[in-house]
Structures are given as C-alpha cells and as structure tokens.
Design a protein around this ligand. Structure first.
Ligand SMILES: NC(=O)c1ccc[n+]([C@@H]2O[C@H](COP(=O)([O-])OP(=O)(O)OC[C@H]3O[C@@H](n4cnc5c(N)ncnc54)[C@H](O)[C@@H]3O)[C@@H](O)[C@H]2O)c1
Length: 319
C-alpha cells in the first residue's frame, strides 16, 4: 500500500485559496445538513513549556474521507527559537476502503483552511462593497486571512497592526507586493479601525485589545486568534452589539466570553440557507472561529487531489 507525503513546499505549490474557500464552504454546509461527523477537538495543555497540542478530526460522508490533525501551538517559538508557532501533521484516509491516503504538513493546511473561514464568512456576512480591511497579528494566520479576503472582496486598502512593529512592516511589504493592494503598517489598534469595512484578528492575545466604540457600523469581523478558552481579542461588549456567528456551538461555548444567548447561528446554517446572513448595511457581524476538523479534512482533500493531478509529493511504500 502506498501513501502520499506532502511537505510544506509541496502544499504551497498545489493549494490555492480559492479552492480551499470553496471546499471549506461545502464542508460547513455538510455540517449543517448532518452529512459530517466530527468529534469534539481534544487539547493537551503542555503547561511546562507554555504550549498546547490539539487533535481535530472529521468524517465527511458525502466525500468518503476521514482525517485527523495533530498540531501544536507554541507562540513563543518564533521569538525564542526561530521556529513556527504551529506545526504538526494531517492524516487523510479513505472512508470507504478504510485505508490512509496521505500525510501532510499541518502548518500549511491550518493556515489555508483558517484563511478560508475568513473568505467564506466575508461572502455571507461582509458588505459586498467592502474595500478597507484591517488585519491584527502579522503572523502566519494574518497572511492567509488577507489572501482569503482579497479573493472574495475588491479591497483597495489594508491596514495591519502587530505588537511587534517590525512584524507589521515586513507583512506590509510582503503582502502589498503579493496582492498589488496598498497594505500599510499602522501604529495603533484604533488607527487600523478608522472607517474599516472588514477586520480579521489573528493574534494569540489573552487580553481583549479591540474596544467596542472603535468598530464602525456595518463592519464584519472574523476572529480566528481566540480559538479556545483563555484567549480573547474583542472586548466582550462587542458581542452584545453584533450578530455573532460561530463555527460550532459546543466548541465555541468553551470560551468564557460567549454565552448561548449571544450566538445567532452556526456558519453552516447560513450557507445552507437555514438562517439569513447579513441583512442590513449597518449591522456589525462577527464570525468567531475556533477551527474545526472539517476544515482540515476539506483542505487536505483539496491538496491530495491537486497533488495527484500535478504529480507532486513523495509516495512511500507503507503497508
Ligand atoms: N481559529 C482557528 O482555526 C485557528 C487556526 C490557527 C491558528 N489560530 C490562532 O491564531 C493565532 C495566531 O496564530 P499564528 O499561527 O498566526 O501565530 P504567529 O505566531 O505566526 O503570529 C501571531 C502574531 O500575533 C502578534 N501578536 C501577539 N499578540 C498581539 C496583540 N495583542 N496585538 C497584536 N498583535 C499581536 C505576534 O507578534 C505575531 O506576529 C493563535 O492564537 C492561534 O492559536 C486559530
């Protein structure tokens, strides 16, 4: 039996944000329609080293694939060891035959599938005329957040804010070249939010740094940084003013700042037409993402199919 191994370099050659957004959107629709099975994510807290390992998994019945991701979150790594904050592996398997298909780098899959949530959410929750974006956190996720937003919106101005000013400057240079849009490093959170249309927050902050009074009416915000208990990026008051959409209620409700009565819908319910998305130009909408196994499996399947088509990756004799 053979297994396809896809490295970070392979994935960067095959994955496109457009394909990932479409696949993630379908997976969320499947979740709402009951075509998906997804156990609760499992977190192993490595307090001794200020890190976490997470296990996320899903079965997508209509695609006959199952997958598991084991990935880490060690956010001091870039500064201390020049290593990424997130690493790990995704295993993709055939649900019909019960055999593994591929093993791949989890950093790239995570970055693309997490970017994709901003793209899908913007399709249903942002104003169609959104032109100005603000990105918080100039790291790995901050980059794919912008890639995805620029796939689905016609952006003409982007502000980026990071607690490390050099990180914002590097991001601004790299992303403006890559996307051909003006990307500006800004010095304060408030400055980034002036007359903004769409926001993505992608920091591991444990203290909210975005105040309710700084958010203009009509803004859409996707938060990916506060992905589990203990992290929070938006001031709690914002959740009381906004239409709050989550990826999966049971997962989202593990966070202290969310309460059942604050949650309007799961993203899949909006995609499947069971609930309305944005209904007015002045409502504030929030997509609060925790990150689900279905996103990993959907993105891994896109990568596997494209890699086979393009003859990329390394096949190993496995069993
Ligand atoms: N929701 C999801 O599905 C999902 C998926 C992957 C990662 N995440 C989360 O996203 C966050 C970022 O992950 P990453 O891989 O981009 O990490 P990263 O280390 O590559 O980047 C994080 C950036 O945020 C900056 N930062 C930290 N605190 C800040 C603050 N208060 N204000 C502004 N900038 C700040 C850091 O300087 C760094 O540049 C983490 O919390 C991670 O757990 C969520």
């Amino acid at each position: 039996m053979e297994l396809l191994v896809l490295s970070k370099k392979d994935l960067e050659k095959v994955l496109t944000m457009r394909d990932t957004i479409d696949a993630v959107q379908e997976a969320f629709k499947g979740l709402a329609l009951g075509e998906v099975e997804m156990p609760m994510p499992y977190i192993i807290d490595v307090r001794k080293h200020n890190g976490v390992w997470g296990v996320k998994s899903a079965l997508i019945n209509n695609l006959d694939v199952v997958g598991v991701k084991l990935s880490s979150g060690y956010f001091e790594n870039p500064m201390k060891y020049n290593l990424p904050s997130i690493t790990g592996v995704v295993v993709l398997a055939d649900a019909k035959l019960g055999i593994p298909l591929a093993v791949m780098d989890a950093l790239t899959i995570t970055a693309y599938r997490t970017g994709a949530i901003a793209g899908v959410a913007a399709r249903f929750l942002a104003r169609k005329d959104s032109e100005v974006a603000a990105i918080f956190g100039a790291g790995v996720q901050g980059r794919t957040q912008l890639l995805a937003l620029s796939e689905v919106l016609k952006l003409n101005e982007v502000r980026v804010y990071d607690v490390i000013p050099e990180a914002s400057t590097r991001y601004a240079e790299e992303m403006s070249k890559k996307l051909g849009i003006e990307v500006r490093a800004v010095k304060s959170v408030e400055e980034a939010l002036k007359k903004v249309d769409v926001v993505s927050t992608a920091t591991p902050s444990k203290t909210p740094y975005i105040k309710a009074e700084w958010i203009p009416a009509g803004t859409h915000i996707t938060t990916v940084g506060s992905d589990h208990k203990g992290k929070q990026e938006l001031d709690s008051q914002i959740y009381y003013k906004a239409k709050v959409v989550v990826d999966k209620k049971e997962v989202a409700l593990e966070k202290d700042y969310l309460k059942p009565e604050l949650i309007y819908a799961e993203l899949g319910e909006i995609i499947a037409g069971m609930k309305a998305g944005r209904v007015s130009t002045d409502e504030i909408t929030i997509m609060d993402s925790s990150g689900l196994g279905i996103q990993d499996v959907a993105a891994a399947l896109v990568a596997y199919r494209l890699a086979k088509e393009k003859n990329l990756g390394t096949w190993i004799e496995f069993a």
